[in-house]
Structure formats: C-alpha cells, structure tokens
Write a protein that binds this ligand. Structure first.
Ligand SMILES: [Zn+2]
Length: 234
C-alpha cells in the first residue's frame, strides 16, 4: 500500500522549498543597484560634465578678453604715441583697434552666455543631486531589509533541504520514484487533495467510487481521472 500521507508531506516540503528557491533568485536580482538609481547617477554625471564644460568656456572667454584688452591698449598706445605719422599706417592701426574691439565684444558676449547657462545648469545639478541622494537612501534602506530576508531565506532553504531528505527517506524507493516521476509530469504537484469529491488540483468532480477509494487506506492508489494525479483524502 502506498503511503500517500508521507508523499503528501514530501510534496508540502517540496512546494515550500521551491518558493524559497524562487524568492532567493529574486532577492539576488534585487540586491543590485536599481535601474532608476543607475539612470539618476548617469544623468547627474552628465550634468556635472556639462557644467564643467560651460565653466571652462567662461574662463577661456575671460582669458581671451583680457588678452584682447592688452592688445587693444598696446595698439592704442602706438596710435596715440606720436611715433607713427604715416596716415595709411595710422588708418591701419585704427582699423586694427576697431577689429580687436569687435572681437572682444563677441568674446565677452560668449563669456556672459556661458555664465548664464552655467548658473541654470548648476541649479539643475543641485536638484538632481538631491533626488539622487533621496533615491539612494531609499534603495539602501530597502537593501538592508533584503539582506535580512536573504539570510532568513538561506536558513529556511537549508532547513527544508534536511526536512526533504528525511521525508524522502521515510518513503520506499519505489514510492519515491513514483512521486518524483509524477511531480515532474504534473508541474510540481503529484498529489491532489480531494475535497467534496473534487480534485484539488484540476477542480474536476471525481466519481464517487474513486473518491471513496481515496478515503480508504486499504484500497489501491486512487488517481484523478481528469489530471492523473494521486488523490489524497487528507
Ligand atoms: Zn485532477
């Protein structure tokens, strides 16, 4: 006679063990940095680079403007110094001063533009850093809960492994093989509890004869005529 109760016990352990195994896989995936956090980190780094670029642009504009200013001063000194008398040469010096001044105005304009943009980008960077910090803190808090759960699940896994070994040993080799074969073919559920003459796995009404055979410990193993699982009266 097959000991369905022992098989059912083994199945309960197997189903719980499977759940624990699945959760452990999930936790492993969750314990890496979230997509949201990674995206925010990338965005903040990009904004930092943009700010740096604008600040460099502004500094370069200031340096170029200062250099143009001294060239303007030097040219104006030659123009006003009285050493140059040739009208053509004076005219050319004046044209040179005008061109340098126009160039300086353009450079100053670019510098101001970079400064204004840098201020905007800096404000945005501040917001992004705040958001990043908040999301990171939340993620870290969630991670510590997950780490705890991970440890708990690993302990449960080890316990269930031992329970499984004992429950499998309580069954004879032949019954264990029958259970394993059926379990593989029936999506992990070899034993179905019968309740009100209904199969607990496929929910089909079982003929009375089979239902009472399932309840009779002296009878042969009763199978659900619909799904083929072993019926257990509990
Ligand atoms: Zn069934």
């Amino acid at each position: 006679m097959a000991d369905i109760a022992k098989m059912y016990e083994l199945q309960k352990i197997d189903l719980t063990w499977e759940k624990v195994r699945r959760r452990l896989t999930q936790i492993k995936a969750l314990l890496v940095e979230s997509d949201e956090l990674r995206a925010l980190r990338q965005q903040t780094a990009a904004t930092e680079a943009e700010l740096h670029r604008l600040q460099t642009q502004q500094t370069n504009a200031e340096l170029e403007s200062a250099s143009l200013a001294s060239r303007i001063t030097a040219t104006e000194q030659r123009l006003m110094g009285g050493q140059v008398r040739n009208p053509k040469e004076l005219e050319s010096l004046q044209a040179n001063v005008d061109a340098l001044k126009r160039q300086r105005a353009t450079v100053d304009g670019e510098g101001v533009e970079a400064l204004v943009k840098a201020e905007e980008v800096n404000a945005r960077l501040g917001q992004e850093r705040t958001t990043l910090q908040q999301v990171e803190e939340k993620w870290r808090a969630g991670q510590s809960e997950l780490t705890e759960e991970d440890a708990k699940m690993k302990r449960a896994y080890a316990q269930l492994k031992k329970q499984r070994e004992n429950a499998a040993a309580a069954l004879g080799a032949e019954q264990l093989k029958r259970y394993e074969d059926l379990r593989q073919r029936k999506a992990g559920v070899a034993i179905a509890v019968i309740q009100h003459n209904m199969c607990g796995a496929c929910h089909v009404q079982v003929p009375t004869g089979i239902a009472s055979a399932a309840r009779n410990p002296e009878a042969n193993v009763a199978l659900c005529p619909s799904c083929g699982r072993i019926l257990y009266a509990g």
